[in-house]
Design a protein. Structure first.
Lengths: 553, 549
């Protein structure tokens, strides 16, 4: 940056554009030290003056100490305008202190101003302008540019212009940027990836060994993500998600017979190393359910959050057992793996799923309702089957979007009889059961839930415990489901909103249909652990959800 | 780069002489100065916090608690002083613990809370009884009159204090004082002498050596060292006022950043380690027409945001810009003040940081309560200073009780240190939080620096107590910071030597400058003597005598 450049710049800015250029704006614009900028202004000004150009006014900044008599009278400002009464004031011992004057003055008054100073520290050109500055506010004009450049270049510019930075720290985080919702935080690419793996690899194998599935998934990750760290991480994440997903589904869908779903919850957890933990979970889930039933309208928005929190809390404990014990549920579980899709990183996600998610995100609440209604209007099983293929994604999505889940519940609340994805109608049942909780209290609880009624109508009226006996029928239903799913995993790639929404409905149905069978099995397995009364042990646990608070009192 | 600057300078030197005859113009060198730094340390155990936390955020308590707390906290100190001062007197005055138990015609002393019964003082009963169809008269600029009565009260009751002695004393409501005298036949208490609690002990005066050190430091001859840390204090920027002073504020910002002026100025600026903004950063909002809008039921349309016709966010935006400029180079402490958009009752709670935009991402930018304690420790040498800063409401309120002259703001501020209470008139005429368990305005210890913002003029004094009573030497730098918008004054305090200097920013012969009117005067009188920059406070009494007699 030579002097010629500076000159050109100043000529253009002042003479042509008619701007006010202060030493600060010059220093920022040309990346000069402020003192160099002051010098440059002076140089330019003197040069222009020498050339006889009159269309340039300089404003000076004079600093120094005033002459003592002036200084005193300045300091003697008083609270009243009666100077005479000065004498009557208390001798308050006010000290006279050094006063440094910093005066901005036009060229015309410069000499006069200077004459008032006893000692001048410095005089420099503050700004050059096409006309003399009569209003002090005008010097703030160039501030815009200065701030803009300061903001942009920050500390780098501060060093150039000679700012003296004290011990100031600028925080990294912007405090006023709202934090992203927690659900997004947990969602990763791995979720959708794992989902993809689940849908492609698990589907064909149906519900066979859970052990085989895990390695595959990790293989998949290894393929998809070369990073080692991810390799280690992802599978576990996926697992946790799976497990939590299944639980979530239990909690979220009050329609499946509460007792059975709860049973499954309870029993599944029993083998775990940490029984306390499982109990906690049960309490949580029961709470969630309670909420869902009790305040159908009120807590809708709240619920999903609380559940997602629960999920996170539960994750570590639930993991293992899913794959070892619950063979039937595994499928369900795996399908839900992808429920939390990385919205941000969705570029890497299989495109179709991505679209699904995005589409779902766009769905209005109203739309959701409408869609479910249309679904209700055409409850043919065939359609249900047709829509089934996307069932898996549906589950993901439902879990992804708590708001939608809430909506679903709302439709239930309206007593619309939902129809399972396999075309089976669901029935609302009121039940009551008496259980003994962990502390030995008898607890009677009434609850209502939905149960699917088989096509064959062979399902007996779901009295307590009957669902367990109706294992055969429901198993059959599951078989259908699974077949459908395999089909879907191969074919299903179209993503249409409506279908998805329908699938939400279907989802519920599937989950309800699928669930009953595992329960008896588990029971059989667990009852040995629990000894006599294994059938009620699950309920015991449930009861403890409600019994707990009492006990706490 | 450097070479080119050299060239510039050479050119400059050769050419400027024609322009500037005096030749005082020197080219500036590119200085890269290091700014002095100080660190905020944890407040001492005696420094009250003025944060009203959620568990204390209740208004259900009666204000009487404050008076009880104050009396019980300060009674012992007052008694201590009283004993020292009066026990040797010939009349052998005795201490009467309850004001109602004074015996007629017997010299004794009593301790209690002062209550000033002033006809001009705002009275809530009058407010209630007032006819609301008539607009209320403007609040009186002062409360004192010749009909004032001084009362002293404690738990037992109230007794009127009379006597010539009272006239020369600075008394405001809420003080805890000791009064020596005797009861008159008509049931009043004739006061012969009055004593206060005196300066509170100072936290760091512990060892003899340190005392010596202090002596040396406090010696007025001790010069400022280049290594000294200073703090800058400014009050009353009044951004958004009808007559803006943006220009001066701009100069202030540039000075603080170390950009303006010459090498001397930049050196001086580099010693300023932090800036304290003692209130009144924004001018009071004019809410003209707001009531009309509400009356028209337009509330719905203004559900979100604000009504652009009656409200402008410009002051906050402007202030934020300046704060960011300064905040980039030094830590800032900003206190709310009387005119700021903050609560009215003391202690005023900190501004929400986020309202200042980008500067709030600086951890060195702190929003403080008003009042607030600040403990600053030097980074170059090992001393810590306790600062007590407030925005001046309490002093301004006390000023209404006392005729001026003879009282000055400085003398009143000094008295608050001796009273050991910075806001005695709260809650009588100064709004304050109904504290229930503690009165945070009591000075448990004397701060090293006591800064009062929002004043009419700059004043400072080193308040000293040689410690002949308790052997502890105490001193406090008292600084009254004037409104920047009216004076353009930045106050600098040397943390080590406690010396003070001021920098005044103004424009000569320019509009939008506080020196505007000044200049006209100067031109008229053609004398070089500037006229006082402060507008006379119209609300202030000219003199009690002239107005009353």
């Amino acid at each position: 940056m030579g002097p010629q450049n500076t000159e050109d710049f100043l000529t253009k800015q002042i003479m042509i554009d008619g701007n006010i250029i202060t030493y600060r704006s010059l220093s920022r614009r040309l990346s000069l030290h402020v003192n160099a900028a002051k010098n440059a202004l002076a140089t330019f000004y003197s040069k222009v003056r020498r050339d006889g150009e009159s269309k340039l006014a300089a404003t000076y900044l004079v600093s120094g100490e005033l002459q003592p008599d002036l200084q005193t009278s300045n300091a003697m400002d008083v609270d009243t305008d009666n100077f005479e009464e000065n004498m009557e004031y208390d001798d308050d011992g006010a000290e006279e202190v050094q006063l440094v004057e910093v005066v901005l003055v036009g060229e015309k008054d410069l000499e006069y101003t200077k004459s008032k100073f006893s000692k001048i520290y410095s005089t420099h050109i503050y700004s050059l302008s096409p006309a003399s500055i009569r209003d002090m506010g005008l010097i703030c004009g160039p501030n815009e540019t200065v701030r803009e450049i300061d903001n942009k270049k920050g500390s780098e510019m501060a060093a150039i212009v000679g700012k003296m930075i004290g011990n100031v720290k600028e925080g990294k985080g912007k405090p006023y940027v709202p934090a992203p919702p927690p659900a997004v935080a947990t969602s990763t690419i791995s979720g959708s990836k794992s989902f993809a793996s689940a849908s492609t690899e698990n589907r064909p194998t149906k519900k066979n060994s859970t052990t085989s599935e895990k390695p595959k998934a990790s293989d998949f990750f290894a393929k998809a993500k070369p990073k080692d760290a991810k390799d280690v991480k992802e599978p576990t994440k996926k697992e946790t998600k799976k497990s939590s997903a299944s639980e979530e589904s239990d909690q979220l869908k009050p329609r499946p017979t509460a007792s059975t779903s709860k049973d499954s919850n309870g029993l599944e957890k029993l083998p775990k190393a940490d029984p306390k933990r499982s109990q906690d979970q049960q309490i949580k889930s029961s709470k969630a359910k309670g909420k869902a039933v009790a305040n159908k309208t009120g807590a809708k928005r709240k619920l999903p959050n609380s559940e997602s929190e629960e999920e996170e809390a539960e994750k570590p404990s639930v993991r293992v057992k899913k794959h070892t014990i619950v063979s039937d549920e595994e499928e369900q579980v795996t399908t839900k793996v992808g429920r939390t899709k990385g919205k941000a990183k969705s570029k890497q996600v299989v495109g179709r799923e991505d679209d699904d998610v995005l589409a779902l995100m766009d769905i209005d609440d109203d739309q959701v309702i409408r869609a479910s209604r249309s679904r209700r209007a055409s409850p043919e099983p065939s359609e249900a089957v047709k829509s089934e293929p996307k069932d898996v994604e549906m589950q993901d999505d439902t879990e992804d979007k708590p708001a939608i889940k809430a909506k679903q519940r709302k439709t239930k609340a309206k007593k619309v009889v939902p129809i399972g994805k396999n075309g089976l109608k669901k029935k609302r049942v009121m039940r009551s059961k008496v259980t003994t909780d962990a502390k030995g209290y008898m607890v009677t609880e009434d609850y209502s839930s939905y149960e699917s009624v088989g096509e064959e109508e062979s399902e007996p009226e779901p009295a307590k415990g009957t669902s367990r006996q109706s294992k055969g029928a429901s198993e059959k239903a599951i078989g259908i489901n699974k077949l459908d799913r395999t089909k879907q995993s191969v074919s299903g790639s179209k993503a249409k909103k409506e279908e998805e929404e329908e699938r939400q409905e279907d989802n519920e149905a599937t989950s309800t249909n699928i669930k009953p069978p595992p329960k008896p099995k588990q029971k059989a397995m667990n009852s040995s652990n629990r000894g006599p009364g294994g059938g009620t042990s699950g309920q015991k646990n449930i009861a403890s959800f409600f019994g707990k608070p009492k006990g706490n009192k | 780069m450097n070479a080119s600057i050299e060239d510039n300078n050479a050119l400059f030197l050769t050419t400027t002489t024609t322009v500037l005859r005096n030749g005082q113009f020197r080219p500036f060198v590119n200085t890269q100065l290091e700014r002095a730094t100080t660190t905020v340390t944890a407040p001492g155990p005696q420094s009250s916090s003025f944060i009203i936390d959620s568990k204390n955020k209740t208004y259900k308590f009666q204000y009487s608690n404050i008076y009880f707390l104050r009396l019980s906290a300060l009674r012992d100190f007052v008694q201590e002083t009283a004993v020292k001062r009066w026990t040797g007197l010939p009349g052998k005055p005795s201490f009467v613990s309850r004001v109602l138990e004074v015996e007629p015609s017997k010299l004794c002393y009593i301790i209690g809370t002062v209550y000033m019964d002033m006809p001009l003082k705002p009275n809530v009963m009058e407010d209630i009884a007032r006819d609301h169809s008539i607009p209320a008269p403007p609040p009186p600029p002062y409360y004192y009159s010749t009909e004032d009565q001084v009362m002293m009260e404690d738990e037992s009751g109230r007794i009127q204090l009379v006597g010539e002695r009272l006239k020369s004393e600075r008394l405001v409501t809420g003080l805890i004082i000791g009064a020596l005298g005797m009861e008159t036949p008509d049931g009043k208490f004739e006061v012969a002498d009055i004593c206060y609690a005196g300066l509170a002990p100072q936290p760091s005066t512990t060892t003899k050596e340190e005392l010596e050190d202090r002596m040396e430091i406090d010696n007025s001859s001790s010069e400022d060292l280049p290594t000294d840390e200073w703090i800058g204090v400014v009050s009353g920027l009044n951004i958004g006022a009808p007559s803006p002073t943006d220009g001066q504020i701009q100069l202030l910002v540039e000075y603080l950043a170390g950009e303006g002026g010459g090498t001397d100025d930049q050196l001086s600026a580099s010693q300023i380690s932090r800036l304290i903004i003692a209130g009144n950063s924004m001018a009071p909002m004019l809410v003209a027409g707001k009531g009309d809008v509400d009356a028209e039921g337009d509330k719905k349309s203004r559900k979100f945001g604000y009504d652009g016709t009656t409200f402008s966010s410009h002051p906050v935006v402007t202030l934020s810009g300046h704060l960011l400029d300064v905040g980039r180079v030094m830590p800032i402490h900003i206190l709310p003040g009387e005119t700021d958009p903050s609560g009215t009752i003391l202690p005023q709670q900190p501004f929400p940081r986020a309202m200042f935009g980008p500067v709030c991402s600086f951890s060195s930018f702190t929003c403080e309560t008003n009042p607030t304690y600040l403990n600053l420790s030097s980074d170059s040498s090992s001393f810590t200073r306790t600062l007590l800063v407030h925005s001046g409401q309490s002093l301004n309120d006390m000023f209404k009780y006392l005729p001026s002259p003879p009282h000055t703001r400085l003398s009143i501020a000094e008295s608050t240190l001796k009273w050991r209470h910075i806001a005695p008139t709260a809650p009588d005429t100064l709004w304050c939080h109904p504290y229930f368990t503690a009165d945070p305005f009591i000075l448990k210890e004397t701060p090293d620096i006591y800064i009062v913002g929002g004043q009419k003029r700059f004043m400072t004094k080193l308040v000293e107590d040689d410690g002949k009573d308790d052997g502890l030497r105490k001193r406090c730098r008292l600084v009254l910071v004037p409104e920047f918008s009216e004076t353009g004054i930045l106050v600098l305090v040397n943390l080590r030597s406690l010396r003070v200097k001021t920098v005044r920013f103004r424009g000569e012969n320019m509009t939008g400058s506080l020196a505007d009117g000044n200049h006209v005067d100067v031109m008229e009188s053609s004398s070089s003597e500037p006229v006082p920059l402060v507008e006379p406070e119209s609300s202030m009494p000219h003199s009690s005598n002239s107005s009353k007699l």
